[in-house]
Ligand binder design. Structure first.
Ligand SMILES: *Cc1c(COP(=O)(O)O)cnc(C)c1O
Length: 416
């Protein structure tokens, strides 16, 4: 507890930050809400809610089309998010950022444009044993279509990738290495910079699934030298239905368009259509404008707090939670990587995760139970499911204590 105190005194005032999240101030089943399902989606602060409201109240118009005032305003607000995303990821240019629906669409966009064009029979794509289904299935679909091959970097009992095995799997046929910066199911932080360097040495490109990194740590795509990097707005305290795909400019320029329709074209005739410039070439149709604007507010919000401060505070909170949870008899943490972020996946002897989740819910505590869209990870640990408590910067040591008390209650109800 004293370590948490020192983080607070270093300028991280969690109680004040919680004031920005109206949703947290409620009772669930008569108990204060303890929201520990942040890896599934994070709550939204007032500036995000206000940005969405302002759009519908005073800016609402379609973007990139109108000469009239409202269209100018909505276009400016929407494009401001692209600028915020550039700052957030430290990309070189605003044109390297593409609006997508979320991480899932970011990955699918690369698979179906860059992938369709560049992957040939016999080529290889490497993913890891830690991946979310959305960084597995698009590549499986692609290799099936192209008669290419998918290889998987294995992991150890802690949930850490085996880099020597990764090194062995790289070869002249490797075209792409796609992996999560942070695992949603285990919390493992992968050594992204090193893994990217290894891929580049083998002549392969890289795609980083940043869905779980964006809310928890500073990201610098130039320092990483990532070729593609994608994240979801809703996990970084923004709205659902919007996310960002970063790609190096020269790669994006050489890629064919994604979907066809309005906004992605320059000229259309029945004989020939020419395409718009990057990034608009990849953005067909009217996008989720209000969510896009809300995302900009979310990125500015976390940047203002400081992702380094968020990372330091959450690190303390995770250590405290790890310590107190492992004291519970019969509880086993799944995922104990030395480099880890904000996720506590666990099983309890003789008690089904679904029952744990249900009893916790009666205490006002929201956790996730299941395979967390990562069935291969569950198979590897020979378990069908885990209970997962996932933290955000607005969680407190007191909430960890509530979780622990809730788990003793679970033992009381289901214990022998
Ligand atoms: C949530 C998540 C995804 C999928 O994100 P969507 O917002 O559902 O598209 C992909 N990868 C990881 C690691 C995730 O946590």
């Amino acid at each position: 507890m004293s370590t948490l105190g020192s983080v607070v005194s270093a300028g991280f005032d969690v109680e004040r930050l919680r004031e920005d999240f109206p949703v947290l101030k409620q009772q669930i089943h008569g108990k204060p809400l303890v929201y520990l399902d942040n890896a599934a989606t994070a709550q939204k602060p007032l500036p995000v809610l206000e940005a969405i409201r302002r759009f519908y109240e005073v800016e609402c118009a379609n973007i990139h089309r109108g000469v009239h005032e409202l269209s100018q305003r909505s276009t400016a607000a929407y494009e401001e998010t692209r600028a915020a995303a550039r700052r957030f990821l430290n990309a070189r240019s605003k044109n390297e950022l593409i609006f997508v629906r979320g991480t899932t669409e970011g990955i699918n966009l690369v698979a179906s444009t860059w992938g369709r064009k560049n992957i040939k029979a016999g080529d290889e794509i490497i993913i890891s044993a830690l991946e979310h289904h959305s960084n597995i299935v698009p590549w499986q679909m692609l290799v099936e279509e192209k008669e290419a091959r998918l290889r998987v970097i294995p992991m150890n009992d802690r949930g850490e990738l085996l880099l020597e095995e990764y090194e062995k799997s790289l070869n002249p046929r490797t075209r792409l290495v796609a992996f999560a910066h942070v695992s949603n199911a285990l919390g493992t932080i992968n050594p992204a910079r090193q893994m990217i360097e290894m891929a580049h040495r083998a002549g392969a490109l890289t795609l980083i699934d940043g869905a779980q990194a964006a809310p928890h740590m500073p990201i610098d795509v130039q320092a990483l030298d990532a070729d593609f990097y994608t994240f979801s707005g809703h996990k970084v305290f923004g709205p659902t239905g919007v996310g960002i795909l970063y790609g190096k400019a020269k790669l994006l320029e050489a890629m064919p368009p994604y979907q066809g329709g309005g906004d992605m074209i320059r000229t259309v005739s029945f004989e020939k259509t020419t395409y718009n410039d990057v990034p608009y070439k990849f953005e067909a149709g009217t996008p989720n404008i209000s969510s896009g604007i809300g995302l900009g507010a979310a990125l500015d919000y976390v940047t203002h707090i400081g992702l380094d401060k968020i990372a330091a505070y959450e690190h303390e909170l995770l250590s405290y939670a790890t310590e107190t949870l492992t004291e519970i008899p019969g509880l086993r943490l799944i995922g104990t990587a030395r480099e880890k972020a904000s996720v506590l996946s666990f099983v309890m002897e003789g008690i089904h995760p679904h029952d744990i989740g249900t009893v916790l819910d009666r205490q006002g505590i929201a956790v996730r139970t299941g395979h967390h869209c990562a069935q291969p990870i569950m198979d590897w640990f020979h378990i069908p499911a885990t209970t997962r408590a996932s933290l955000a910067f607005y969680n407190t040591a007191g909430e960890i204590d509530a979780l622990v008390a809730g788990l003793y209650k679970v033992k009381e109800v289901f214990g022998e």
